[in-house]
Write a protein that binds this ligand. Structure first.
Ligand code: AKB
Length: 319
């Protein structure tokens, strides 16, 4: 029986992953955790919740013991743009948090999923169709912690046999919980502004391509990788995964098919722009497809249609 602990469960991925996994494995088998209680109160009525700071190794161990956890999905992290505001804090949470989770997993024989990111690549990486195995020299603190996290997870698997697994996520687009502090966040904000005001001022320059994925595919990626046959996993901790690659004008044009008067302007943020410029334009995710059957369902057009419909329902806006 699966007994899963999710760290960072109140974040963009965590809130939806908690509900998704509770449907699969039963509500009492998925323990949500976060540094503090915030957001929608109804979330806390859907199943077990614990206050947990990933810098508190003993706290992680205690919760794992209390609930007989056999899988940790370690989502707690500071994202790229926020990490550049306070690199020391980002190092502490992203690096030491991952180390603490791995140490508890080693001692208690727990499997671990840790998301890496397109941020694990840098300016020297081939930008188009970025290969699975290639140069990784990121120049952001977030990227540094993601590469180190990939390597640390490999180490715990090779040295101690901890069942570590992970993917390099692109920007995730969703309507339940807003992302916080990422470079790809424009691709979420744009939908809110399009529906509310029919215009959006974008902080990323036109022509800047990045990989993206709609939330239902991201949830399925985590689930499917954790259920995959371990014997087939050659790249267990850092699978390239993607669903689409676009630049802001392409997204705006797609939104205009549903909201004809939508206007896009630009107020480029130099910090987030330079991060985006250092990331790939598009990933090659063939290893994930071959090794565990990765196959996303949503492309730019189906994601945009679904996102506008679901977000309009949520915001109670008539289209
Ligand atoms: C970010 O923009 O920081 C994240 C990511 C791509 O890891 N969404």
């Amino acid at each position: 029986m699966k007994r899963i602990l999710i760290t960072g469960a109140l974040g963009q991925i965590g809130t939806e992953l908690t509900a998704y996994l509770r449907k699969q494995y039963g509500k009492d088998n998925v323990i949500a955790s976060s540094r503090r209680k915030r957001g929608d109160e109804s979330f806390f009525e859907t199943g077990p919740f614990e206050i947990l700071d990933v810098n508190d190794a003993q706290g992680i161990a205690d919760i794992c013991k209390k609930y007989k956890i056999n899988q940790i999905i370690h989502l707690a992290a500071i994202l790229s743009a926020k990490a550049e505001e306070n690199p020391q804090q980002a190092y502490n949470i992203n690096m030491n948090g991952t180390y603490n989770v791995l140490e508890v997993a080693r001692e208690a024989g727990i499997a671990v999923f840790t998301p890496s990111s397109i941020a694990a690549f840098g300016a020297g990486t081939p930008a188009d169709n970025t290969p699975q195995d290639t140069i990784q020299r990121p120049n952001t603190m977030y990227g540094v912690t993601k590469v180190a996290g990939e390597l640390l997870c490999d180490y715990y698997y090779l040295k101690y046999g901890v069942d570590t697994r992970g993917v390099r996520f692109p920007g995730i687009i969703s309507y339940e919980t807003l992302p916080g502090g990422g470079t790809t966040d424009y691709a979420v904000h744009i939908f809110y502004e399009a529906l509310k005001n029919k215009k959006y001022s974008c902080f990323i320059k036109a022509g800047t391509f990045m990989d993206m994925m709609y939330m239902p595919d991201a949830l399925k990626a985590i689930h499917d990788l954790m259920e995959a046959n371990p014997e087939k996993l050659k790249h267990r901790n850092a699978f390239n995964v993607t669903a689409m690659s676009f630049e802001p004008e392409m997204l705006a044009a797609e939104i205009r098919k549903h909201i004809p008067g939508f206007e896009m302007s630009y107020d480029v943020d130099p910090v987030r722009q330079s991060i985006a410029d250092s990331w790939p334009n598009s990933l090659d995710d063939s290893c994930a497809r071959e090794e565990w059957g990765w196959c996303p369902k949503y492309d730019l057009s189906s994601m945009t249609a679904d996102m506008l419909q679901k977000l309009a329902e949520k915001l109670k806006i008539k289209q």
